[in-house]
Design a protein around this ligand. Structure first.
Ligand code: PLP
Length: 393
């Protein structure tokens, strides 16, 4: 009998991938499925980015690169952070990684162990909880509530810190709620964190370019009081429609950089060289494709929110960021996962149940509007038909 270690019984996953597989399997059987489940832009990577990667291969960039990424790309990340958020980082603090996810993997591994506590957003990106459980640390949920416009409350978060707290995970704009933390809440939190100098912060800002209604993104690197214990996660997946390229980065403080570099050497050696040249073109080239994508998401956001609010039993707050709506479905009488599953099987619409993002996600579903307006409209019509004719299971 194969013996496994307990940590592997605790590790979780992302149900969005399972829903995607199920939606694709139904589509392969000839069913007409509209996928509002997956969190990836439906746009193509901008042409100049693809061309730069092809050119890199033609130019002979076939070999290993430095484990931390090529220098021009690390410099471009530093310049981009300055251009967009007026924060100064040294390229030597920037590490190129195969996606944004490896930054959370590495960071949670660094801080998690039995006896430690890690605070994470609930509902939130499921890998935070999964990795915390994997390390044996105690996962302490920070409630993200509709009443608070899907932001954390600084006061509530600070009250959860104990002498065992090692790491606090933040995510704004947020998956799955589309919530954006207001500057005043960030500032209250940062001021409070000065009382807890041993608590590190992982700020997942992967949706920082997708923000609407004149809200400004608050980059946590802007706060010197926490800079020496702040890890920033970001990447190209969402901003430049590059999810499949596997390209992201982290900014690490102090000695964590070298720990992360060693993990990279042990794990992946370096990121695919051509992808790094593509990423360089994305940051240093024209931004019109990225801007167009945000404008289009903004338009669809209005369509989706308006449409969801017309459905019986559903109310949907207007999300301020990312490309997700997180409607409240409690008045439909359905539980979230049963509704998501029945909608896929019976109406051909894939969405994700809120509990896939944490226990506080019950009563909500995540609707991704990374799909065409036409498909969104058809999905809303199907949902309306379903909810008016089908009794809750
Ligand atoms: N962080 C959040 C909040 C996400 O939603 C995602 C992807 O869905 C990631 C990180 C991971 O991004 P990547 O595909 O670059 O690994």
């Amino acid at each position: 009998m194969l013996k496994t270690i307990a940590a592997f019984e605790r590790i979780g996953e992302e149900n969005a991938f399972a829903v995607l597989a199920r939606a694709n399997a139904l589509a392969a059987q000839g069913r007409d499925i509209i996928n509002l489940g997956i969190g990836q832009p439906d746009f193509r990577t901008p042409d100049h980015v693809v061309e730069a990667a092809v050119k890199a291969l033609r130019d002979g960039h076939h070999g290993y690169t430095p484990a931390v990424g090529i220098a021009p790309l690390r410099e471009a990340v530093a310049a981009d952070l300055y251009r967009r958020h007026a924060v100064t980082v040294s390229p030597d603090e920037v590490m190129i990684l195969p996606g944004g996810k490896p930054a959370m993997f590495m960071c949670i591994l660094m801080f998690g162990e039995p006896g430690a506590e890690i605070l994470y957003p609930d509902p939130g990106f499921p890998i935070y909880r999964s990795m915390i459980d994997f390390t044996g640390a105690r996962a302490v949920p920070v409630p993200i509530c509709e009443e608070n416009a899907f932001s954390f409350s600084a006061e509530e978060t600070l009250a959860l810190i104990t002498p065992r707290t090692r790491l606090l995970i933040l995510n704004s704009p947020a998956n799955p709620t589309g919530g954006v933390t207001p500057r005043r809440e960030v500032e209250k939190l940062v001021a409070g964190l000065e009382r807890f100098p041993d608590v590190a912060i992982l700020s997942d800002e992967i949706y920082d370019n997708m923000i609407y209604d004149g809200e400004a993104h608050v980059c946590l690197l802007a706060y010197p009081a926490i800079r020496d214990r702040l890890i920033l996660l970001n990447g190209w997946s969402k901003t430049y429609a590059m999810t499949g390229w596997r390209l992201g980065y982290a900014v690490w403080p102090g000695k964590l950089y070298d720990y992360a570099r060693k993990l990279a050497v042990n794990l992946h050696s370096c990121v695919n060289a051509a992808a790094q040249y593509g990423g360089l073109a994305a940051l240093s080239g024209p931004q019109d494709a990225a801007c167009h994508m945000v404008a289009e998401f903004d338009r669809r956001r209005r369509v989706v929110v308006e449409g969801l609010n017309r459905l019986p039993g559903i109310s949907c707050a207007t999300p301020k960021g990312a490309f997700y709506a997180f409607p409240n479905i409690t008045r439909t009488g359905w539980t979230a996962k049963a509704l998501a599953s029945a909608l896929l099987d019976e109406a051909g619409v894939a969405i994700i149940g809120g509990p896939d993002f944490g226990v506080l996600g019950e009563g909500y579903v995540r609707v991704s509007y990374a799909n065409s307006t036409q498909n969104i409209a058809t999905a809303l019509t199907r949902m309306e038909e379903f909810l008016t004719t089908r009794k809750a299971a």
